[in-house]
Design a protein around this ligand. Structure first.
Ligand code: PGA
Length: 233
């Protein structure tokens, strides 16, 4: 339409995203908001369980999460890779070695809270191998977990996206563990049968080009010698 061509789309876009999506969603929104200055965005950040509750209650336009909703009738489309990696302090003795999963199981773990999709993926991997996790501490935030790793409290499994921008520089290392990285994707979802607004449809189309938009974002990451937002080589 002519309104499209002139960039005159107007309205509000309500998004709910899981905690790890906060590392890239706001930056994806930058170019989008520039292109569509008439669109106001509200972004709600919570863990997987909360985001699913909001989806069930149809509280937002679109939802971003790390695994398609299983319990709900929803449309979900993958749009970006989301590998989960094992993080340890940079001076950990296992850095630079090839580590069997059973060896990792001996390490004390820093776990996300119940309801976290990251935690669920980790528990699933260990259960599939008949291994138990040694939980040292439970923390309700990716940031707190990174700080606790640096503090020497244990190791953890988090999305590689959590290494963007504000990661403690040079103090974290990614361990080379059998079965890792756990390959995952980010999904954009909405309730099946929902009539999307023009604004929501516009954002959905934009997201499908996400890898392109994300790799356009400058990356100042230095701690593990790679940009966590760029696709694997
Ligand atoms: P969460 O999100 O661990 O913050 O719930 C990640 C996911 O759902 O993959």
């Amino acid at each position: 339409t002519i309104a499209d061509m002139k960039g005159l789309k107007k309205g509000t876009l309500k998004l709910a995203v899981v905690t790890t999506a906060k590392y890239f969603a706001p930056r994806l929104l930058g170019p989008f908001c520039q292109r569509y200055p008439g669109i106001d965005v509200s972004l709600k950040v919570s863990n997987r369980e909360r985001v699913l509750e909001r989806l069930a209650e149809n509280q937002d336009d679109l939802y971003i999460l790390g695994q398609p909703p299983e319990e709900l009738d929803a449309v979900a489309e993958p749009f970006l890779e989301n590998p989960l990696v094992v993080l340890a302090p940079a001076n950990h003795p296992l850095v630079g070695r090839k580590i069997p999963l059973a060896r990792l199981a001996e390490e004390p773990f820093l776990m996300r809270e119940p309801g976290s999709g990251t935690r669920k993926a980790l528990e699933r991997l260990f259960a599939a191998h008949g291994l138990a996790l040694k939980v040292r501490m439970e923390l309700g935030s990716n940031e707190a977990i990174k700080q606790a790793i640096v503090g020497g409290l244990g190791v953890s499994v988090l999305s590689r996206h959590t290494l963007a921008l504000d990661a403690p520089m040079g103090q974290l290392a990614v361990l080379d563990v059998e079965g890792f990285p756990i390959p995952r994707h980010w999904y954009v979802a909405y309730p099946a049968g929902k009539q999307l607004s023009v604004v929501a449809r516009t954002f959905l189309d934009y997201l499908k080009q996400a890898p392109k938009h994300v790799s356009e974002v400058p990356c100042h990451h230095a701690s593990v010698g790679e940009c966590p937002l760029l696709p694997e080589p």
